[in-house]
Write a protein that binds this ligand. Sequence first.
Ligand code: ATP
Ligand code: MG
Length: 427
Amino acid sequence: MTFHSPLIVPRSEHRLSRADISENALKVLYRLREGGYEAYLVGGGVRDLLLGREPKDFDVATDATPEQVRRVFRNCRLIGRRFRLAHVYFGREIVEVATFRGSGHEQVAGERRVQNGLIVRDNLYGTREEDALRRDFSVNGLYYNIADFSVIDYAGGLEDLRAGRLRLIGEDPEQRYREDPVRMLRAVRFACKLGFDIDPACERPLFELGHLLGDVPPARLFEEVLKLLQTGLGLCAFEKLRHYRLFARLFPATDESFDREDGGVSITFVSRGLENTDQRIREDKPVAPAFLFAALLWAPVRRRFARLLARGMVANEAMLHAAADALVRQRPLVAIPKRLTLPMREIWSLQPRLERREGKRPLRLLAHPRFRAAYDFLLLRAEAGEADAELADWWTRFQAANGGVPAGTTGAKTRGRRRRPATRKGK
Ligand code: ATP
Ligand code: MG
């Protein structure tokens, strides 16, 4: 690896101000410095502040080892297997402190293991330069130095920020994706979040390397998919994932079922679901991940359901089978946890039940704990032209007549995961 001397931009020549950094992150930076260590704000915090955006959280990098960090802070825990990190706790806010990570050239301590070009364990401490150059995108590789308030740029991140360009650090983008295929999903996420263009050399491999996602643990992919689809970027992310043919790697059965004649579901259905979710997040309303994943997997569920019905199976049973089948197929790719698959199954199995309006059935359904989410799901289906609009309207009126709640609040009654509160005060 060639080492560059960094561009150092003094305090007077950049817009990053201490007033915009959370008090707790500042405390961590100052305390490390008082302890005789180097301390920098890094990653998305620096990037977002330089763009005038509000950071989601603040990450700190230091030359202190995790054990040394722990000695500086009482309110601190060491976490992580793949990377050992220190978490410093301030009530609900966590400041993540990472020791400079190396590239293997100047081993300080720790270890790194690579299997088939994939980094599986990476605890190699390094220098600030190495730490910068192992990061994913140039705009994520900027350091704010608490010692003199300068911004340090090893990889052309400042220029890329100005140009609105997302560029992987290093000479060989393909190798960077191979090291960690999740970077492909991060490329999509940051392109959507920042509205940046992906540099052509970094964009090309996205079309080719989707299969590498198969090497990523399904639980990690679930976390990434959640960040892609549930942080207000859902529709953009969905469109880009499809464009780069990555969506089919994550949800192959869904991708195959789109717009098929035999009971297929339209892309519009998923797009609408994501659009509604994005809208709710913008309005700071809670969103239910189960609802979203139920929508994402609805295409294969519905297709299988239709086939089983055609074979003469009764609706309730067919839906149970179709749901189980879709979930089993999905599991090895993106591991959707039980806390979501249970409500997902209920949302699906209530769909055929919503079609039966005779006798006391509707009143009983109204009392079902998952009724609200199932009704919202029906509304979404109706919006996408995939369910009878008359049926959806009937349920809307029926609820109103029975003291129900107003329509169109997708997933509102299911327990949603609130977005983490912004840690920064003011704007
Ligand atoms: P945000 O928090 O807004 O989602 P972020 O850039 O802070 O964006 P994090 O996932 O919090 O993203 O990671 C913090 C930093 O760690 C990144 O900015 C980047 O420098 C580095 N990083 C994270 N994931 C990777 C990765 N897979 N490969 C290389 N560097 C990474
Ligand atoms: Mg971050």
